[in-house]
Design a protein around this ligand. Structure first.
Ligand SMILES: Nc1ncnc2c1ncn2[C@@H]1O[C@H](COP(=O)(O)OP(=O)(O)O)[C@@H](O)[C@H]1O
Ligand SMILES: Cc1ncc(COP(=O)(O)O)c(C=O)c1O
Ligand SMILES: [Mg+2]
Length: 289
């Protein structure tokens, strides 16, 4: 059984951050240690919420407690996502170092959630800069969407080749794997949801049909996708198999959510789709560069 220290947001109502990733990762057979960066009533794309950003010291305090009972050495990966403040980022990096000192084989998976002004995803000041300068180079796996990849690489990206080149520019700085979670306008087709998994010598592309949600697209999809990729890789799946699984599993969740007419991801109703997806999509190797 793999153990994942998952440091990201928690929402009481609905699904984003740990509230989107924790149950699916467990459903896949991983142990999750949720450590919440914020506790909000609901995700920020409602435009209003209540709740608290945890003090940055809270994160180190909790991890210190786990170290004190000598369990940190059993941690296989740190996953970070939505941060409540840039100061939390600094503490997360200290935690990653502490975990890696206790278990040199542990991975750091960084989902560099930066916010999306158009969509209303709101993230504290300084967090985007923190990801560009500190967390991305320190990560083993990084999972940006297109906007985040542009910020991390300092490039504008218009097509697949440029997305691969930008991903390789990140790999040159630290991470071994880059998952571009949503290619959007840099993808091949406008009627598909496309992802890209890039390593130093491999680039895999995959697509699933877009489902028409109108203007209210579900939130937490990136957090779900990142969590599932991490579990697949920790369980020893090859990149191709892992990418195919996460594409099909998330598609199953999206279809269920759509058929139920809901805005929030229907993770419980779609749990069997997460474990054994109905649909299958093939990852294709891109031999460009
Ligand atoms: N099959 C699909 N059909 C329609 N929309 C989808 C599908 N899969 C994902 N989405 C939407 O695509 C968007 C991806 O968001 P984006 O900000 O680009 O990346 P992230 O998931 O990291 O936040 C989300 O709004 C999600 O609801
Ligand atoms: C509290 C919170 N956590 C996480 C996210 C990230 O969600 P996504 O997976 O869609 O990037 C959001 C997006 O609005 C959010 O408000
Ligand atoms: Mg995201």
């Amino acid at each position: 059984m793999k153990n994942i220290l998952a440091i990201q947001s928690h929402v009481v109502y609905g699904h984003a951050g740990n509230a989107a990733a924790e149950f699916p990762m467990r459903r896949m057979g991983a142990n999750v240690w949720p450590l919440n960066t914020v506790q909000f009533s609901n995700h920020t794309q409602y435009g209003q919420w209540t709740g608290t950003v945890m003090p940055a010291e809270h994160l180190t305090d909790i991890v210190q407690g786990i170290a004190a009972i000598d369990r940190l050495k059993t941690c296989d990966a740190v996953l970070s996502g939505y941060l409540g403040s840039a100061e939390q980022g600094e503490k997360i990096l200290e935690i990653v170092q502490q975990v890696k000192a206790a278990n040199p084989n542990a991975w750091y998976f960084c989902d560099p959630v930066m916010g999306h002004p158009e969509k209303g995803c709101i993230v504290a000041p300084g967090v985007a800069e923190f990801h560009c300068q500190v967390s991305m180079p320190a990560s083993d796996i990084v999972a940006p969407n297109l906007l985040e990849l542009e910020m991390l690489s300092g490039r504008t990206i218009n097509d697949l080749n440029e997305a691969i080149e930008a991903s390789r520019s990140l790999i040159a700085k630290g991470p071994k794997v880059v998952l571009v979670k949503h290619l959007s306008r840099a993808g091949l087709r406008s009627d598909q949801f496309e992802m890209l998994l890039v390593t130093e010598d491999e680039a895999l592309h995959i697509q699933r049909p877009l489902i028409d949600f109108g203007v209210r697209q579900p939130v937490g999809v990136g957090d779900l996708t990142s969590g599932l990729l991490l579990v697949n890789l920790l369980q020893g799946k090859r990149y191709e198999q892992a990418l195919e699984h996460i594409t099909a599993a998330v598609y199953g969740v999206m279809l269920k959510t759509h058929s139920m007419g809901e805005y929030e991801l229907q993770l419980v109703a779609a749990q069997d789709e997460i474990a054994t997806p109905t649909h299958h999509f093939r990852a294709i190797t891109i031999d460009t560069i």
